[in-house]
Design a protein around this ligand. Structure first.
Ligand code: FEO
Ligand code: CA
Ligand code: CA
Ligand code: CA
Length: 599
């Protein structure tokens, strides 16, 4: 009876597909899930068609990049129907060599150590990183990429960017390429992001450490490097390019790990790394205009035992003057969260000269505070979390949702109220309420919305409502979206790797009333993929999702009982053609016959 009441109270109306693992994607009954654009499809005018057997850096520089993650939809100014014609901005987070290149085995193993990764292949990887801007339009109910759009743009690991905010011009930002510490080439490992109300794209550098090569031991910045896991040695770019070799270019890594702001309406605009927002492994930059019109950006630092942050601008958003908002993100206050056991909490400001953030602790300026934001947050006593991913505010309720993806390294003696499970393999979601509904306030209250995982296994300790079906539960929450009806959607990262018998997907999670904590599966990925970018159009007739790394084995290279590679992949989604590798792609989900999805 209780379960029925929870089901009836749900804000979502759709029939779940069955959870499971196979080579294809699956969507809730009555919906279509159509491929919009795939890795290698042309973006820039004149770019060649995808030919995976003779790919080149030059071709890739004009084509859709690899591993689409964040998606932002920006209605085109003046569009007759803002939910049928707009720009999609897309992050290309990283590359998987063994799935991209014929004949290349996994390169990260001890015996291989990138020996197959020639400069020509690294150059393709560098062009497959960054982001894409594409113009999209709905024609007869189906989305299409507008070819040769004047807005079409590729951002890569070589695109010149400006460094702005307190770290601009600092000694620790200077390199042989940039004696002023004010310009940098490329953005790396851009995971999630956000769209500002003035129509710019915030794109977030996450695991930037992986691109740096060498050793931290004995380096002049040894302690600072180690706090960020630099060098990560996840790629061998440093063997071919000095700037990624720590010994040759000691400051280059300080120029990554930032939030980048890009104006997609001006394809000639120079992207800006906004250093006031701090340097860490940024997951996302979802945001809200506060009631006093200051702009507040919520940010997770995705690392085990790292922190939840927010940035509050000094200036106010002017809805009538786009140009006046363009550099708002250069001035403001970065804060980090402390969650107290009584269900309250406090945002602690990271301001040079205040509290422990002084010369006595090695901070000579606000530049040092933002470059070493993690160490500053350590000194302030922030709460060490279970890998903070997306953090999004619901403008209808002012509640803020924090995705904590997992942390299997948390030991029993390290458990606290906000991270209550040891060996937290499946993650949890925290709901916060700022004091007085004021997103700039220092104080908040919080509670756990749900502990994730399979509710049928008592040891897991999951807390989904009893109306959640065997298909509807999830683990490893990563990205989320709050739709225009104030409903929460959660996408996941890591279920294929955990032998859960199910792939990642998109889940509808009730937050209000009797159905609170009820989860339903809406879209399911092909084998090996993670689901990113969930982005509904304003009118809710479309949900864009990003299927990332289809066919990926995961770190242990054994999830499919064999090594999944270009030549023998676990799936050839979405083309299913011999010789075609799996291709990260964007999918547009619509209701068959029209109308609101999940309505
Ligand atoms: Fe790239 Fe935190 O996920
Ligand atoms: Ca990812
Ligand atoms: Ca993510
Ligand atoms: Ca993730």
């Amino acid at each position: 009876e209780k379960a029925r009441a929870e089901t009836d109270a749900s804000a979502f109306r759709f029939k779940e597909p069955a959870a499971g693992v196979d080579e294809r994607h699956h969507v809730a009954e009555g919906h279509d899930a159509d491929i919009l654009i795939r890795w290698g499809d042309p973006v820039l005018p004149g770019a060649p068609a995808f030919d995976p057997k003779s790919q080149s850096a030059e071709a890739q520089a004009g084509q859709f990049g690899y591993n689409n993650d964040f998606l932002g939809y920006i209605p085109l100014p003046g569009a007759a129907d803002p939910s049928a014609h707009g720009l999609l901005v897309v992050n290309h987070e990283y590359t998987n060599e063994e799935l991209m290149f014929p004949g290349i085995p996994p390169q990260h193993t001890k015996d291989v150590r990138f020996k197959d990764m020639t400069k020509a292949l690294v150059d393709i990887e560098m062009m497959a990183h960054g982001g894409s801007v594409i113009e999209v339009r709905k024609v007869n109910g189906k989305w299409q990429v507008v070819p040769d759009s004047k807005y079409a743009r590729r951002i890569t690991a070589e695109t010149e960017m400006e460094i702005t905010g307190p770290a601009a011009g600092a000694e620790r930002m200077k390199t042989s390429y940039d004696a002023e510490g004010r310009k940098v080439r490329g953005m790396l490992n851009n995971c999630a992001g956000g769209i500002t109300p003035w129509g710019t794209w915030l794109t977030c550098e996450e695991n930037f450490n992986g691109y740096f090569w060498g050793k931290a031991d004995g380096h002049p910045e040894e302690a600072a490097l180690k706090r960020y896991g630099v060098p990560g040695n996840s790629y061998n770019w440093g063997q071919h390019y000095d700037r990624f070799d720590l010994a040759k270019e000691p400051n280059e890594s300080n120029r990554f790990g930032w939030v980048v702001e890009i104006d997609p309406l001006d394809p000639t605009s120079v992207p800006k790394k906004r250093t006031a927002m701090g340097r860490f492994k940024h997951e996302g930059a979802a945001n809200i205009v506060n009631k006093d019109r200051r702009f507040v950006v919520y940010q997770g630092d995705d690392e085990r035992f790292d922190y939840v942050y927010k940035f509050v601008t000094e200036g106010r958003v002017d809805p009538a003057d786009r140009a006046a908002n363009m550099d708002l993100l250069d001035r403001g206050t970065l804060h980090v969260a402390r969650y107290d056991a009584d269900g309250t909490g406090e945002w602690l400001p990271l301001v040079f000269g205040e509290g422990p953030l002084t010369a006595a602790n090695g901070f000579a300026s606000q530049a040092d505070v933002v470059i070493e934001a993690r160490r500053a947050a350590d000194l302030l006593g922030a709460t060490k979390m279970d890998r903070p991913e997306d953090v999004e505010a619901n403008p209808q309720t002012d509640k803020v949702y924090v995705m904590l993806t997992n942390n299997a390294r948390r030991k029993a003696e390290q458990v606290d109220a906000a991270n209550p499970r040891a060996n937290n393999e499946f993650g949890h979601i925290i709901e916060m309420l700022p004091e007085g509904g004021d997103h700039a306030a220092r104080k908040f209250t919080w509670e756990i919305l749900v502990k994730c995982g399979d509710p049928s296994i008592a040891d897991v300790g999951a807390t989904f409502s009893s109306a959640t079906s065997k298909d509807g539960w999830f683990g490893m929450p990563d990205n989320c979206a709050i739709d225009s009806e104030g409903r929460l959607w959660v996408s996941t990262d890591g279920m294929s790797e955990k032998s859960t018998g199910r792939t990642d997907g998109l889940f509808a999670l009730d937050t209000e009333g009797a159905a609170r904590g009820t989860s339903k599966l809406f879209f399911r990925c092909p084998a090996g993929a993670e689901l990113c970018g969930p982005m509904p159009t304003p009118d809710l007739t479309t949900f864009f999702v990003a299927v990332q790394h289809p066919g990926d084995d995961g770190k242990d290279w054994s999830a499919f009982g064999r090594i999944s590679t270009f030549d023998d992949p676990a799936t050839r989604w979405p083309d299913f053609q011999d010789g075609m590798p799996p291709r990260p792609s964007i999918v547009a989900i619509t209701k068959r016959g029209g109308g609101k999805i999940a309505g």
